[in-house]
Design a protein around this ligand. Structure first.
Ligand code: SF4
Length: 283
């Protein structure tokens, strides 16, 4: 057992246990990544919330539930992997401080995506301050909501990132004026090009976002879906790059697949790092 944190009595959040540590998991004193420490934490009995983001971590999540229960804590399990639709967003609870989610769900039904099945149609939430916006589809929200989100963003000290993705289909000139009203960070404007068909949308995005530097424009590229080969995926990455966006390869993993597919590991590593692919493929 590894002990992630020292005990604290000041953190107002409940004890949360994460099946996997990522860049975005919270790092406060009541966030854990393994079984309970030898001393009592929080009030000594819970509640403990075990959070599982990826389906391939469900087994580990269940193991963690058993460990915390054995130590006498009242423990429940949830998270995206268990089809948790998500409620109102609480800053710092399941993602690091600085990240915000102002809406859940999505009106679209992309075949590879679990969001609409899990979270349903778009739901606008109360706006919690943060500089990293992780909404699934912020631009599908009402104009009133989007404007209120930018009002909040203009008050942030750190550069703004829309890491949840900006749907090109919804993108309009008035959104661009809002993007220009905040300081956009490196790779802060994230769009997606998930299929060969989506390439045609890139021209629209390139036009609308032409005033922003390539360093600010990232494009998620889903690869390996429905038998796509690495040659085909690479062609799409090159197209994305030459249209003025930094590709960021994301390997498709279905609900029953594992955390990674070995044969794609090098491909994704290469196509997530501009320092490798820009010298080789940018014209
Ligand atoms: S637009 Fe994005 S969030 Fe919505 S279904 Fe498609 S991939 Fe999922």
């Amino acid at each position: 057992m590894t002990i992630a944190n020292a005990p604290s009595t000041t953190c107002p959040l409940p004890i949360r246990v994460f099946a996997r540590r990522t860049k975005w998991t919270p790092d406060d004193s009541l966030a854990f990544f393994d079984g309970p420490p030898l001393w009592p934490v929080g009030n000594g009995w819970g509640p403990v919330l075990v959070s599982v983001a990826f389906t391939w971590d469900i087994e580990r999540g269940l193991y963690l539930v058993r460990q915390w229960k054995l130590a006498g804590y009242s423990t429940t399990i949830g998270g995206p992997a268990l089809n948790d639709p998500g409620g109102e967003f609480t800053a710092g609870m399941f993602v690091k401080d600085g990240v915000t989610i102002t809406s859940r769900g999505c009106p679209k039904h992309c075949s590879f995506c679990m969001v609409p099945k899990r979270e349903g149609k778009i739901r606008e939430l109360a706006i919690t301050p943060g500089h990293v916006v992780q909404d699934n589809n912020l631009l599908a929200c009402s104009r009133r909501h989007i404007k209120a989100v930018f009002e909040m963003l203009r008050k942030q000290k750190k550069a703004i990132k829309f890491l949840g993705g900006l749907d090109i289909g919804y993108m309009k000139p008035w959104h661009i004026e809002l993007f220009k009203s905040v300081k956009i960070g490196k790779s802060g404007l994230c769009i997606a090009c998930d299929s060969k068909r989506a390439i045609r949308n890139l021209d629209k995005a390139a036009d609308l976002l032409s005033d922003f530097d390539i360093e600010q424009k990232r494009c998620y590229v889903l690869v390996g879906y429905k038998g796509e080969t690495q040659d085909q995926a690479q062609q799409r990455c090159i197209t994305v790059l030459r249209k003025g966006f930094l590709p960021y390869a994301q390997l498709y993993r279905g609900p029953t697949s594992g955390p990674s597919r070995r044969e794609w590991r090098d491909f994704c590593y290469f196509w997530c790092h501009p320092k490798f692919y820009r010298p080789a493929f940018e014209k």
